[in-house]
Design a binder for this molecule. Structure first.
Ligand code: COA
Length: 160
């Protein structure tokens, strides 16, 4: 059984992330979404909120499981027995950062390789921070995130 791990902050999940999840779920028998629990990043959504949203918007994909991790990704890979890490590449600017962490993860755990999927062009400009900013100014975000996520973003904006 081939197991993939798609790690990230997912603060919050966007259509760009979902595109990578749907496509990589077809490549593995099981795909774990590893939600990074790192409060140093000051996320808008708690790790439980982020995981609940991912569960909600991936419920149509049977081989996806949502999990949390903190600490080193290279160690978490062994905890769940993943065969590969999946990451999405949006543009050349992602490449420099991504190659650095892929090489470092391989150095820390030689069993692990990182596989990249190029983000579909319609999502190449998307980022969670930009979506949050638009939502905080009460802008429309339903083009960028699933409905359940847009609803939670609206709730956060209204609380401010
Ligand atoms: N479509 C749209 N947007 C995408 C995307 C896609 N396919 N892929 C990434 N993004 C965006 C996200 O929206 C996010 O935008 P933001 O910065 O505006 O919020 C950004 O790219 C990156 O977010 P994400 O994919 O959630 O990942 P991350 O960079 O926050 O997480 C980890 C990176 C979890 C892989 C890395 O931090 C890690 O491994 N941490 C664990 C600690 C560790 O092992 N450190 C040593 C590493 S060598």
């Amino acid at each position: 059984m081939k197991i993939g791990l798609y790690p990230g902050s997912f603060d919050p999940i966007t259509f760009g992330h979902l595109d990578i999840i749907e496509r990589s779920a077809r490549l593995f028998d099981k795909l774990y979404i590893g939600v990074l629990n790192n409060n140093a990043k000051h996320p808008m959504f708690t790790v439980e909120e982020r995981a609940a949203l991912i569960k909600e918007v991936t419920k149509h994909i049977p081989n996806v499981e949502v999990s949390f991790f903190s600490g080193l990704l290279a160690e978490y890979v062994d905890v769940i027995g993943a065969d590969a890490i999946i990451r999405g590449l949006r543009a050349v600017t992602d490449f420099e950062y991504e190659i650095q962490i892929a090489q470092m993860n391989h150095e820390l755990n030689s069993r692990v390789d990182t596989i990249y999927l190029t983000t579909s062009t319609e999502y190449a400009y998307l980022s969670s921070s930009i979506v949050k900013e638009i939502a905080m100014y009460h802008g429309e975000v339903t083009k960028f995130v699933p409905e359940a996520v847009a609803f939670k973003l609206k709730e956060k904006a209204n609380k401010r």
